[in-house]
Design a binder for this molecule. Sequence first.
Ligand code: AMP
Length: 284
Amino acid sequence: MKTIQSIQALKSLLDTLRKERKTIGLVPTMGALHPGHLSLVKQSRAENDVTVVSIFVNPTQFNNQQDLQTYPRTLEADCRLLEAAGCDLVFAPSETEMYPEKDIRVFDLGAVAKVMEGKFRPGHFNGVAQVVSKLFYIVEPDRAYFGEKDFQQIAVIRRMVQLLNLPVEIRTCPIIREKDGLALSSRNTRLTAGQRQIAPRIAATLKESVTFAKGKSVKEVIDFVVDTLNRQPGLEVEYYEIVDGSTLQPIEKWEESTEPVGCIAIYCGDVRLIDNIKYKRITT
Ligand code: AMP
């Protein structure tokens, strides 16, 4: 496995591999890797000749400076995990390598980017589009891998790829969870022992809500999730929306969507976590 910091060096190595007709898979990450990231690497290895993992804590997608400063950075440990996972190339650029000048591009990401994370983290998805588009131009991957943990992000990336006519196939992987159900996240390392004990209530409540949903309206299910979690000391729901899995627009009636997905952002102490769950199509 090679670790490369320079765009030029990475591009020239990838050009050689492409001339040998090797297919390239890209897994964009911000590091502090866990088995969720490694599942994307595994998927990429199964479908491509070469797997590139990028590790870059992208400042332009943070709307909260404290979140950016406290974001875990564990490059050495990440490289050990990637080596063991069979990754071929790690691209770990510096901030000036990625942004020699301020990126002033503004993307029209449409309705998928205006709700939920788009509403509560202004500028977040524009920053994601900035960095992921740069990575796509640099790596020119055949396929790129994203986790369903960031469900809305997938729709935003698809929209960006369409907007820019980028020749890359977007592949998605299911959420990897701890044994107690908590969705793996780099931010979980910031939870105190007490918060770590409470956090599994999030996934448990989402799961319970699927059973609860039988015979209930969309609003009743939303209220169930929000009330159950807010009653738990130490948890505070920022939003819980049930949306259509393709358009990401909130639904009012189950009949409006063939793939309803519940998406949550919730504070566990001062750590902001996200998760989501798929509902079966239900007729009330
Ligand atoms: P991040 O480093 O948090 O920006 O995540 C990099 C990629 O890993 C994104 O596509 C995430 O959706 C994905 N990812 C993060 N956590 C998980 C998880 N628990 N299960 C599956 N994919 C994940």
